[in-house]
Ligand binder design. Structure first.
Ligand code: ZN
Length: 424
């Protein structure tokens, strides 16, 4: 029988969900317009009168937001709450320098905990389960998000934070960790260290991974290596952190999105026009229940599609998105072909004997780009095999280089896999 953290909210009928969203959307649009001059002027410029705003029917009239708005308004220019009500903040930096800051009121932390707790319970967590948190406890939202949710779900928390893999394994063994949270690349690291020590973690059953896009092939490798069920959790700094948006359920037929807290749209990345269900486009998020800094039609840069709005086999009614196929910022164009690093990963892992550690090096010779793929593999795998598979899947010919297991650097956080190199 399905366990829910919030049975009523997670099984609302489609009509009920729509009614909740409609009412909350009207309220949040008025809230941001009342509390913040920037929102007010952006609405005015788009011809939207918050007092006459009718809810979902008027959603497409609202202007988009993006990361640049956060950066321009650094540190707290978009705040929609009183300063004395702030309780916590998180921040992501990205490549351009000025960080994206997300402030929280106590109610926002509760909202985060609620969404994240739904994810834990959806993955099969029960009260008292040992939950080991491996993302860092700091400005990055991963560690604290896993923590707030685990508190809400009544789990026994081991707040390891990142790094020290040998100690992580010792604690997991000594305390019987059942749930591991982190980034996928760190799960790979744990797998490796376990293999070297010829050890297993029999109590470990559930892996909740976020922050990196990863392929189904990668999921399968982790399932095979650690013997755990892998869940793909979704949420970002701007929406309030890890788990705020949702996760896949044990049916693994898409990522449920907590629609009583967020409105999800898929739009054409070029024109911004809403796309019908099933078509791949950019995920746009409106947060309905956050106080300090709600996002209104935030363009995430993530690509996905709506898989279904029908009730799921697990009993939840919240819509399902396909796993994130890529981020617009990460899109690579080589020899006129557009592709995402996750597609290269998917292709590499089809080759038997290839290990899930790889680097993509974009070599730029006066504007002519070539892709050089370096991947670890067991003896016997050749560069030719790798090149052949990549050519078949990507429709162009990267260079493939095979190196011995353990050659490439091991990240303790989010893995950096794409590198640029100017060739004079
Ligand atoms: Zn489901």
């Amino acid at each position: 029988m399905t366990q829910y953290h919030n049975p009523r909210a997670e099984t609302l009928s489609r009509d009920e969900l729509t009614a909740v969203q409609d009412q909350r959307l009207r309220k949040i649009v008025q809230h941001v317009a009342e509390r913040n001059e920037g929102f007010r002027s952006r609405f005015a410029a788009a011809g939207v009168d918050p007092r006459g705003f009718r809810g979902l029917d008027d959603l497409a009239a609202l202007p988009f937001m993006n990361k640049d708005d956060f950066r321009r308004e650094y540190p707290l220019g978009m705040l929609c709450a009183d300063r004395e009500d702030l309780a916590e903040m998180h921040m992501s930096s990205g490549s351009t320098g000025t960080p994206v800051v997300m402030p929280y009121t106590a109610n926002d932390l509760h909202q985060w905990g609620e969404c994240m707790a739904r994810c834990y319970v959806m993955a099969g967590a029960v009260r008292g389960d040992v939950c080991q948190i491996t993302p860092g406890f700091g400005l990055f939202n991963g560690g604290f998000g896993c923590y707030h949710g685990a508190r809400e779900a009544g789990l026994f928390i081991i707040p390891c934070g990142s790094g020290n893999t040998v100690r992580q394994i010792k604690l997991a063994r000594d305390f019987g960790t059942r749930i591991l949270t982190g980034v996928v690349s760190y799960a790979l690291r744990i797998m490796e260290v376990l293999a070297e020590a010829r050890e297993t973690l029999p109590a470990l059953q559930i892996g909740i991974f976020g922050a990196e896009t990863f392929s189904d092939q990668m999921k399968q490798r982790i399932y095979d290596g650690l013997g755990i069920e892998v869940f793909d959790i979704y949420g970002m700094t701007e929406t309030g952190g890890i788990g705020t948006l949702g996760m896949d359920c044990p049916d693994h037929s898409g990522l449920h999105q907590w629609e009583d807290h967020y409105v999800i749209e898929i739009v054409d990345p070029e024109t911004g026009a809403p796309l019908p269900d099933g078509e791949v486009g950019e995920v746009v998020v409106t947060s309905l229940t956050r106080e300090a800094l709600p996002v209104i039609r935030f363009r995430t840069g993530d690509l996905s599609r709506v898989v279904s709005r029908q009730p799921c086999a697990c009993g939840r009614t919240h819509l399902r998105l396909d796993r994130i196929s890529g981020r617009l910022d990460d899109m690579l164009i080589i020899s006129g072909v557009n592709f995402f690093p996750a597609q290269v990963e998917q292709s590499l892992l089809k080759v038997p004997g290839v290990l899930p550690n790889y680097q993509l090096i974009i070599e730029d010779h006066h504007g002519i780009k070539r892709l050089h793929v370096t991947v670890e593999a067991h003896p016997g795998v050749t560069g030719y095999q790798v090149e052949k598979q990549l050519k078949e899947d990507l429709n162009f010919s990267p260079d493939g280089e095979v190196v011995a297991p353990g050659t490439l650097p091991r990240p303790e956080g989010k893995a950096r896999r794409v590198f640029y190199k100017e060739i004079p």
